[in-house]
Design a protein around this ligand. Structure first.
Ligand code: GLN
Ligand code: ZN
Length: 771
C-alpha cells in the first residue's frame, strides 16, 4: 500500500484565545517576566502540536512558532540584529526602543519610534495581510549563528514524544526580502556567509535527529532575475555539500513556480512542495519532470481562505496521480498562519454559513480524509466525503448567496457607469465655482482619535448595555465637539470623525448583504496584532444607507463642506476573506455598486465632497508583474463605478496610505478622482519624484503630518514640505492634509498638529502665487 503523509506547513501562533497577544503585551508593559512569557509560548507550541496531531497530521512542523515574526527570527538566528542576542534586543528590533509608536489606522503601515532605535520597517508578506520585519543590510554585514531557536523547539517537541519537521525560511528568500542600506549594494552578495550559518543550524538539527527540514522559498513564485536564480543554485549546492544526509523539502507557495520550475527542479533537495490551489496547472509539469526519488508535497487545501474543500473533486483529480509517484505528501497550499484556528468556536455564526467553512484545524482534518481515501479507498471515509459534498451542494444552491438582481446589475457593461459626466478640467471649474475653497485647502483624512470613551460607548452599544438613542446622543456629542473645533481652527473641509466605526471595512461589511463576521476568527497581522477579516460569502448589496445620518448631523453643525467618508470596493475586498465561487473581480464589482449607491445618496443629502478610501489598492497587486494590468484594470474600474454616479459639481476624493506607487502612478491617475491624499511626510516628499515624469492630472494632498509618530510637526516643517511639493506639482493642485487618519493619536497631539497645519497653509497662501 502507498504511504501518503499529511503535513501542515505551519500553524497559527497566536492561540485560539490569543494567549500570545496577552502574554506579549503583559511582558512589554512590565506585567510579567521573560520566564512567564516563555512558559506561555511553550504551552502554545505544545497545544498546537497536539491539535495538529489530533486532527490527523503526520508531519508536524516545529519552529513555525514565533514570538513576533518568522523573518525577524531568522535575523536573530543569523546575528543580524543590533545588540546582545536576547529577548529584549529582539523586541527592540521589532518595535523600536521608544514606546510611543503607534500603528496606522488599519494596522497595515510600519511603525516608527520617536527616538533611540527606530522600529524595523514592516511590510506585507507577499500578498497576504501578514506583515514581516524587513531585514536591512549594509555591505559590511557579517553573519554568525546567534540563536538556537529551531534546535530548541525541535528538542522541545522531542521531549513531548514528537518527531517534527523544522521549518526555516530559506536563505535566498530571506535575502530577496531584505533591503539594502546603500543604493549600489545587492544583499545577494551576502549569500555565502549567510548560507554558512544556515549550514551550521541544519547540521545541528541533523545531529539532534531531524531527518527532514521544510525550507520555505516563497520567492520562487516571483519574477526572478538570472542572478536570483543563480543564488538558488549556489545556496542549495552549498547546503547540500555541508549537510548531505539531511533531507530538504523545498517549499515555495502563493503561486506557480512557472519560469522558475527548472531552477527548482535542478536543486539538490529531496522533496518539493507545490501550491496547487493558486496554481493547479503546475501539477502535470512537476509530475513529469521531478526526479523520481523526490517526495512531492501537494498543496491541495487552501491555506489562504476559509472555505471548506470539495473533497470528492480533489480525489477525482489526485487518484490518477497516486500510482505515478512512490512518495506523496498532502498539505495545505501554504502555512495555515493566514486562517483562523478553529471553526467549532464559532457558535454564534449562522449554522448554514458555518457549514461551508473550514479553519486551520478543519483543514488538517480534510487532508487526513483525503489521505485515507487515497490509501484505503473512498469507502473508508464515506461519511466525511458525503458531508463535504453535501456542504458544497448546499452552498452552491443557497438562496443566501445568490441575488439575481445584484448579479444582473454587476453584469452591465455600459461604459458610462465608470465614467464621470465630464473630464477633470471641466469638473474642476464647476467645483471651484461652487465650493469656493482657498488655495492650498486644508482637510483631514477622516478619523479623529478613538478615545477610550468612544470605544466604551461602542462596546456598550454592541453588547446591548446602552440603548440606540443613548449611543446616538453620545456619538453626536463627539461629532459636535470635533466639528466645532475644526471650524474654530479654520480647516476648510471638515470630517465628522468616524467615531461610530470599529474598523473601516467591518463598519461597511456589517451593513451589507453577503458578509458574515466571526467571533474568534483572529488572524495575525503583525506581532501581537490580530484582525478578524469579514467573510464575503454571497452577492453583495446595500439594503439601506450606511453613513447618511451621521453625515447629515455633522453637516448641520457647520457651513463649511463636510466630507462624506466611505471605504472603497477594492479595500473592502482586499481586507476580507473573499468567496471562491466567482472571480474576485466580480465580487469587487458588486461591492462597487453598493458603494456607488451610498455615494449617490450622500450627494442627494447635500454632500458636495465625498471621499472613497482605497487604502489597500496597491497591496492587492498580484505577485507576478504580468498579472498587474488585469488586476489594475478591474480594480480601477470598480473604484470608478463607485465614484461615477454623481454630478460634475460633486468632488470625489480618495486616500491611499502609502508612498510607494511610482510603478502604478498611471493607474492611480486613471482612477480619475478629483483629489487624492497620500502618505509623504516620512519620506520627505520623496514620493513626489514619481511626478517628475508623470503629470498627475488632478489635485493631490501630499501628507505633511506623519500620523505614525507622536511628534508634533512645526509650522515651518510643514510649510517646507509644502514648498517642496510646489516644485513638483502645480501649486493650485495642492491640498494640505495629514498622512492618514488620526484614530490612533491623542487629542492633544491632534489639536496642536492640525493647528500648525492650518497655519502652514496660510503661510503658503501668503507666499506662493497661485493662478
Ligand atoms: N478614512 C480613514 C481614516 O481616516 C482612512 C484610514 C486608512 O486609510 N487607513 O481612518
Ligand atoms: Zn491611510
Amino acid at each position: 500500500m502507498v504511504e501518503i503523509a499529511v503535513a501542515t506547513l505551519g500553524f497559527p501562533r497566536i492561540g485560539a484565545k490569543r494567549a500570545l497577544k496577552t502574554a506579549l503585551e503583559q511582558y512589554w508593559s512590565g506585567g510579567c517576566d521573560a520566564a512567564a512569557l516563555r512558559t506561555t509560548a511553550a504551552a502554545l507550541r505544545a497545544s498546537a502540536w497536539q491539535q495538529q496531531q489530533a486532527c490527523g497530521a503526520t508531519i508536524i512542523p516545529s519552529n513555525d512558532f514565533s514570538l513576533y515574526d518568522h523573518v525577524l527570527d531568522i535575523s536573530a538566528m543569523v546575528g543580524a540584529l543590533p545588540g546582545a542576542p536576547d529577548l529584549d534586543a529582539y523586541f527592540t528590533a521589532a518595535r523600536g526602543s521608544s514606546r510611543n509608536e503607534t500603528a496606522c489606522a488599519h494596522a497595515h503601515a510600519p511603525t516608527t519610534g520617536q527616538d533611540h532605535q527606530p522600529a524595523a520597517e514592516m511590510t506585507k508578506w507577499f500578498d497576504t495581510n501578514y506583515h514581516y520585519l524587513v531585514p536591512r543590510f549594509h555591505p559590511a554585514q557579517s553573519f554568525r549563528l546567534s540563536s538556537t531557536k529551531p534546535l530548541d523547539e525541535f528538542r522541545e517537541a522531542q521531549q513531548l514524544g514528537l518527531h517534527t519537521r523544522p521549518v526555516l525560511l530559506g536563505p535566498v528568500s530571506y535575502l530577496l526580502l531584505s533591503k539594502s542600506d546603500h543604493r549600489d549594494f545587492d544583499p545577494l552578495t551576502l549569500l555565502p556567509g549567510l548560507v554558512a550559518v544556515y549550514a551550521e543550524m541544519l547540521s545541528a538539527l541533523a545531529d539532534a535527529g531531524a531527518d527532514w527540514v521544510q525550507i520555505d522559498e516563497p520567492c520562487l513564485v516571483l519574477d526572478l532575475t538570472e542572478p536570483g536564480r543563480a543564488a538558488y543554485r549556489s545556496a542549495y549546492a552549498a547546503l547540500h555539500a555541508a549537510v548531505p544526509h539531511l533531507k530538504l523539502m523545498l517549499t515555495p507557495y502563493f503561486g506557480a513556480l512557472d519560469d522558475n520550475l527548472a531552477t527548482a527542479l535542478a536543486l539538490p533537495v529531496q522533496g518539493l512542495h507545490i501550491d496547487l490551489v493558486r496554481a493547479p496547472e503546475q501539477l502535470e509539469p512537476v509530475l513529469a519532470a521531478a526526479p523520481a526519488d523526490w517526495v512531492l508535497s501537494l498543496g491541495v487545501i487552501d491555506g489562504r481562505n476559509i472555505w471548506r474543500a470539495d473533497l470528492v473533486a480533489i480525489l477525482d483529480w489526485l487518484e490518477p496521480v497516486v500510482p505515478r509517484r512512490s512518495q506523496l505528501v498532502l498539505a495545505p497550499s501554504c502555512s495555515l498562519l493566514h486562517v483562523p484556528i478553529d471553526l467549532t468556536r464559532e457558535t454564534q455564526l449562522d449554522p448554514e454559513i458555518r457549514d461551508w467553512l473550514a479553519f486551520a484545524t478543519q483543514k488538517i482534518g480534510e487532508l487526513a480524509v483525503l489521505a485515507q481515501a487515497l490509501t484505503q479507498g473512498r469507502a473508508s471515509v464515506e461519511p466525511a466525503l458525503r458531508a463535504a459534498s453535501a456542504a458544497q451542494l448546499a452552498r452552491r444552491q443557497s438562496a443566501r448567496i445568490h441575488q439575481p438582481a445584484v448579479k444582473q446589475r454587476a453584469a452591465q457593461t455600459d461604459p458610462a457607469l465608470s465614467r464621470r459626466a465630464s473630464p477633470y478640467s471641466v469638473r474642476r471649474a464647476v467645483q471651484a465655482a461652487t465650493l469656493r475653497l482657498p488655495p492650498f485647502p486644508t482637510t483631514t483624512i477622516g478619523s479623529f482619535p478613538q478615545t477610550a470613551a468612544v470605544r466604551q460607548a461602542r462596546a456598550d452599544f454592541t453588547k446591548g448595555r446602552i440603548d440606540p438613542a443613548r449611543y446616538q446622543a453620545q456619538l453626536q456629542d463627539e461629532i459636535a465637539r470635533a466639528v466645532q473645533w475644526q471650524d474654530a481652527i479654520g480647516l476648510d473641509v471638515l470630517v465628522h470623525g468616524e467615531f461610530e466605526r470599529n474598523d473601516m471595512v467591518q463598519y461597511f461589511g456589517e451593513q451589507l448583504d453577503g458578509f458574515a463576521f466571526t467571533a474568534h476568527g483572529w488572524v495575525q497581522s503583525y506581532g501581537s496584532r490580530c484582525v478578524r477579516p469579514p467573510i464575503i460569502y454571497g452577492d453583495v448589496a446595500r439594503p439601506h444607507p450606511m453613513t447618511i445620518d451621521w453625515w447629515r448631523y455633522a453637516q448641520s453643525l457647520t457651513h463649511r463642506p463636510m466630507k462624506g467618508m466611505l471605504t472603497g470596493p477594492v479595500t473592502i475586498l482586499n481586507w476580507s476573506f473573499v468567496r471562491d465561487d466567482q472571480p474576485r473581480a466580480q465580487t469587487c464589482r458588486q461591492i462597487a455598486f453598493a458603494i456607488r449607491d451610498e455615494v449617490i445618496d450622500l450627494e442627494a443629502a447635500g454632500a458636495a465632497i465625498i471621499q472613497i478610501d482605497e487604502a489597500a489598492l496597491r497591496e492587492g497587486l498580484p505577485l507576478r508583474r504580468r498579472d498587474w494590468p488585469s488586476y489594475l484594470a478591474w480594480a480601477i474600474e470598480a473604484f470608478r463605478i463607485s465614484a461615477s454616479g454623481v454630478a460634475d459639481a460633486t468632488q470625489i476624493h480618495t486616500h491611499m496610505c502609502y508612498s510607494e506607487f511610482n510603478d502604478i502612478i498611471e493607474a492611480i491617475g486613471a482612477m480619475d478622482a478629483d483629489v487624492i491624499s497620500i502618505e509623504t511626510a516620512r519620506s520627505r516628499m520623496e514620493l513626489l519624484d514619481a511626478f517628475a515624469t508623470y503629470h498627475y492630472p488632478a489635485a493631490l494632498g501630499p501628507g505633511v503630518y506623519d500620523i505614525h509618530s507622536p511628534t508634533i510637526p512645526s509650522i515651518e516643517a510643514m510649510a517646507s514640505l509644502l514648498k517642496a511639493a510646489t516644485r513638483r506639482l502645480p501649486a493650485e493642485h495642492i491640498w494640505v492634509n495629514p498622512d492618514c487618519g488620526l484614530k490612533t493619536r491623542h487629542w492633544p497631539e491632534v489639536r496642536a498638529a492640525l493647528d500648525h497645519m492650518v497655519q502652514a497653509a496660510a503661510l503658503l497662501r501668503a507666499t506662493v502665487h497661485t493662478p
